[in-house]
Design a protein around this ligand. Sequence first.
Ligand code: AMP
Length: 170
Amino acid sequence: MDLKSLIRDVPDFPKPGILFRDLTTLLQNQAGLRYVIDQLVEKHANDGIHYVAGIESRGFIFGAPLAYRLGAGFIPLRKPGKLCAPVYAVEYELEYGRDRLEMHQDAVQPGQRVLIVDDVIATGGTAAAAAGLIQKAQAELHGFAFIVELTELGGRQKLPNVPITTLVTY
Ligand code: AMP
């Protein structure tokens, strides 16, 4: 399937110079949505994944159906202040300033195997922070899955040496 034809390119969003890859047009397409989830299931069905950890917010949309299909649980990795119980937190650099991801401390037990999911990997800072959360919990990071990889930003160089699945590259 030609996924690029289902992804909308929006120049200068959310600020000048950024070419935003909008996946809402993929999500609204029944065949497209089914295809991307099926592809991720096929690639990870035999990996013994205990949890899919989705990065807020678009990682939730792809991560939850993937967890369901893999027979795994789902863990939300959230922006600061959204989670209600004790959290692990990892700060990371943005182009301007810093941001932070949080995960409930009791979301995963040491040694359990986790797959991190997001819609897009750009600079890799967000996904690297997500990996830091899994490490703090002493869980096993199996790998990463993204729908889209923006290769020229070199994001995968920031990630630990584990398998990375991407369905579309620009
Ligand atoms: P990064 O930490 O730079 O890898 O940025 C990843 C996060 O920002 C992901 O959660 C994406 O949803 C979002 N993002 C960054 N750049 C883009 C882009 N060009 N198009 C769509 N989403 C993007």
